[in-house]
Structure formats: C-alpha cells, structure tokens
Design a protein around this ligand. Sequence first.
Ligand code: ADP
Ligand code: TRP
Length: 321
Amino acid sequence: MRVLTGIQPSGKLHLGNYFGAMKPSLALQEENEVFLFIANYHAQTTTRDPALLRGYTQDVALDFLACGLDPARTTFYRQSDVPEVHELAWLLSVVCPMGLLERAHSYKDKVARGVDANHALFAYPVLMAADILCVNAEKVPVGKDQKQHLEIARDLAGKFNRQVDAEVFRLPEPIIKDEVAIVPGIDGQKMSKSYGNTIEIFGSTKKIRKTIMKVVTDSTPLEDPKDPDTCNVFALYKLFATEEEQAALAEQYRAGGMGYGAAKKALADISEAHLEPFRARRLELEADLDYVNDVLREGAQRARAAVQPVLTAARRAVGLE
Ligand code: ADP
Ligand code: TRP
C-alpha cells in the first residue's frame, strides 16, 4: 500500500509527538511503501525567519532518522526539493471553488489565533492536496485536525477527474489517529508545546528527569493504595512499558506503600532506557550532516520519479501538453 504523510517542521519534539505521530508513522514502513516529507513550504505560513526554518527542517530530518526511519524503505524528503508539487497545486486550484477553502476550519482557527491571513494560508489545503495526489497515495495518516484537509484533497481529485473525464488521480483515504493516543503533559492536559507542559525526546537525561519529577499527582499519602488509571505518571509509564511491566507497577500502586516519587523514578528509568539510543544516534547524525543531506536528496529523487507520470498525465488531460 502506498502511504504518504507530511510533518511540519516546528520545533523540538516531545513525547506527544513521538507516540502520537512519529512512532505510528515509523511503524508503517514495516509493511507499506511510505512517503514521508518535511512540509517546509507549509511551514512558511508560520515561520518567516530563514535560519529558524532551515534549522527546524534539519531537526525533523535528524529526529526521524535518529528514531528509526529507514531511508531504504521510507522515501524521506523535503517538500521544497519536489517543486513539481506547485504545478500540481495550480492545476488543482483551477478546479477549486472559493467556498471550499472559505469553509476550512484550520484557516479560520489560525487567523483567530493571530496567524497572518495571507493567500498561502488560505490556499494551504490545495498545496496539501497536491502533496498527496502527486504520488498517488492511497492512505494518509493524519491527526483529527487534518481530517477536513483530507476531505478537500478527495474533493479536488474527484472534481479534476470529472472535469477531464479520466482517472488521473486516485482518491486518498485518511487513516485518522484515534483519540486514545493522546499523551498527557506534566500538568495532565494534552502534552503540547503551546501549553509548556512537554517532556522532550532529545533533552538531556538530567533535564528529562527534572521534568518528570514535576509531573502533577494527587496528594494520596505514601502508605495508601493508589489508582494507576487516574495517574499521569502511570499514563506516561505505560507508553514505554511492556504489558508485564505495566501490570507490575499497577500492582505496586494498588498495594500502597509506594510514593509517587518512586513511580516517577520508574518512569525516568524506563524512558531513559528507551530514549538513550535515539539520543546517541542523533549525536552521530549531527556529526555527519552530509549523510543526512544525501538521504534527503535521494528521497527527493525517488519522490520526483513517482510524481513525474502523475503530473504528465494531469498536464495532458488539461491541454498543457
Ligand atoms: P503541539 O501540540 O505540541 O503543537 P503539533 O500540533 O505540532 O504539536 O503536533 C504534531 C503531531 O504530533 C500531530 O500529528 C499530533 O497529532 C501529534 N501530537 C501532538 N501532541 C500530542 C499528544 N499530546 N498526544 C498525541 N499526539 C500528539
Ligand atoms: N498539514 C499537515 C499538518 O499540519 C502537514 C501536511 C502537509 C500533510 N501536507 C501533508 C500531512 C500531506 C499529510 C499529507 O500536520
């Protein structure tokens, strides 16, 4: 199955990003033909500082490679290395009614939050449709907030096909990540950079331990039994632990006699054991940026090869060739 997903480069990754987005995307490479790209054209709608955009883009590349992206299996590229996507966005713009974009929640939400109301932000869903349709993706894993964008992509593919009376584009299906995957932050709300409640994946061990010690818990005394199912520390522990490890810690919660400090230590230990290899690998990659750039360049070549026939068919269908 051909699967595609895009990630906006927008700063340091946290455990919510890892368990909610990265790990599921990386799992797909086991059985699918995955296209994964860094949406740096899209990021321009919010990041105007060139050094920041360049840095964030490189960070995503390092983060994914450090966490296990296999470039032999996943076609990994920067969106801006596949400029054909803009030509396709234009061809889709031609069949895109204004009303479709005027109804987009994400545009209205971003403007309400103070993001510039410019044409790029308004046309964002058309570029996103082009990202997806240009490689003929069958499935697109996205968060719930992107569901409407997927519907717009399907809509535009259908309109284009009807207009030219040919199956130029395949209609992509979303894989919507379900709600249960929401990772709590140290204050118990959804972990998010906007709430300042995150635990970073690539922070130093010391910093991560310090942050974990701040995870909010209730005030049940040390000797009393505790409920693992309502505890933020346990919720985070579960993400890393095997079933047996989860059952063992849950048992200690219920038995009483274990304080939250000990549970936090268990969380710090297990997260360190999981994240340390990622951190070590990231340091190696940071020292070998030529390799990282080669991976992205080769990914872009593979992506462009997949895009070419689709774009040619679309150009022919509308009379540009
Ligand atoms: P943030 O909320 O920190 O700004 P983003 O909105 O940039 O994070 O999210 C990037 C990706 O990470 C999305 O696919 C989103 O679904 C996932 N994600 C972010 N926070 C969480 C969380 N707390 N739990 C699960 N997934 C999350
Ligand atoms: N809009 C997505 C986000 O903000 C990123 C994105 C851009 C994307 N193009 C895409 C996701 C194509 C999936 C498919 O998270």
